[in-house]
Design a protein around this ligand. Structure first.
Ligand code: PAF
Length: 302
């Protein structure tokens, strides 16, 4: 593994790889790596000759200054995790992994980028209206990474389900021949979707956080015989009333505060009113819940 900080050095390494006809896999991350990220990197190492992992906390996708400041920056530990993965990984195809860890100035040498992306309906639901400018900021950095790394494949985790739809729309707009590879959520043994935000949960909050996934799994079972609206209402009520039903698990006013739970077409991300309305990718339920001052997201496929 090599660490690269300068965009120009990444471009040189990519040029060299292209000369040798190597297929490049890109795994964009914001660092604070956990097993979820490692599963993307592992897959990229198996499917490509050469892998670029970017670790960059992208300021322009945060619409909340405090969230940006609080975002964990753990580059040294991240690099160790990647090295550990490479060491223990059998059957990898890639001969080389570059960890690209640019500064903000390196990534945006002209200052804050002026370009703005619009993606229409896929960004007008769920996270879009709640985090104005977020997806445009993601698109700017991802396009820059595409330009620098020129990957054949790019790997994204399905926890950020809407982000995948937005990147799909970005690829349609810019017409780059890059295969978007969505990768399944990795969960803790108790079902909680892995996220760098989980480390901000208090022990009591961490103990009840798996309720989110458990509720979604039960919702998937209910979908066999209940209408879409009833499943939605049940999920929101179950989480919102959890502290009343389980007061001993919820000390000091701890409670789930669901921000949204939407059941949408998995491709268009538009809400569906009945199960038959879902298209080729089926239906997916996407949730955002506040717990202990931390905003958690998760999904369930129906
Ligand atoms: O999913 C993330 O971690 C980020 O949104 C991404 C894709 C690395 C862009 O900064």
């Amino acid at each position: 593994m090599k660490q690269i900080i300068k965009a120009a050095d990444l471009e040189l390494a990519v040029k060299e790889a292209k000369k040798q006809n190597l297929e490049i896999g890109l795994v964009p991350t914001m660092g604070a790596l956990h097993e979820g990220h490692l599963s993307l990197i592992e897959r990229a190492l198996k499917e490509n000759d050469f892998v670029v992992v970017s670790l960059f906390v992208n300021p322009i996708q945060f619409n909340n200054k405090e969230d940006l400041e609080k975002y964990p920056r753990t580059i040294e530990a991240d690099l160790e995790l990647i090295a550990g993965l490479i060491d223990r990984m059998e059957g990898r195809k890639a001969k080389e992994l570059l960890a690209f860890t640019p500064t903000v100035e390196e990534m945006y040498p002209q200052g804050e980028p002026k370009e703005v992306y619009h993606f229409g309906p896929v960004e007008e639901v769920m996270e879009g209206p709640r985090r104005p400018g977020h997806f445009s900021g993601v698109a700017v950095v991802v396009r820059r990474l595409f330009d620098l790394a020129q990957p054949r494949r790019a790997y994204f985790g399905e926890k950020d389900y809407q982000q995948i739809a937005v990147i799909r729309a970005l690829l349609e707009q810019i017409k780059y021949p890059i295969e978007l590879v969505p990768c399944p959520i990795v969960r803790a043994d108790d079902g909680l979707a892995l996220s760098s935000r989980n480390m901000r949960l208090s022990p009591a909050a961490r103990a009840i956080a798996p309720t989110i996934n458990a509720t979604l799994e039960q919702a998937a079972e209910m979908a066999e015989y209940e209408e879409v609206d009833d499943v939605k209402e049940w999920v929101l009520d179950t989480l919102a009333s959890f502290h009343e039903v389980n007061p001993s698990l919820c000390p000091d006013g701890l409670k789930f505060e669901p921000e949204y739970f939407e059941i949408v077409d998995a491709r268009t991300l538009q809400p569906i009113e009945n199960w038959e309305a879902a298209g080729d990718l089926g239906a997916v339920g996407c949730i955002a819940v506040w717990l202990d001052g931390v905003r958690l997201i998760d999904i369930v496929k129906f």
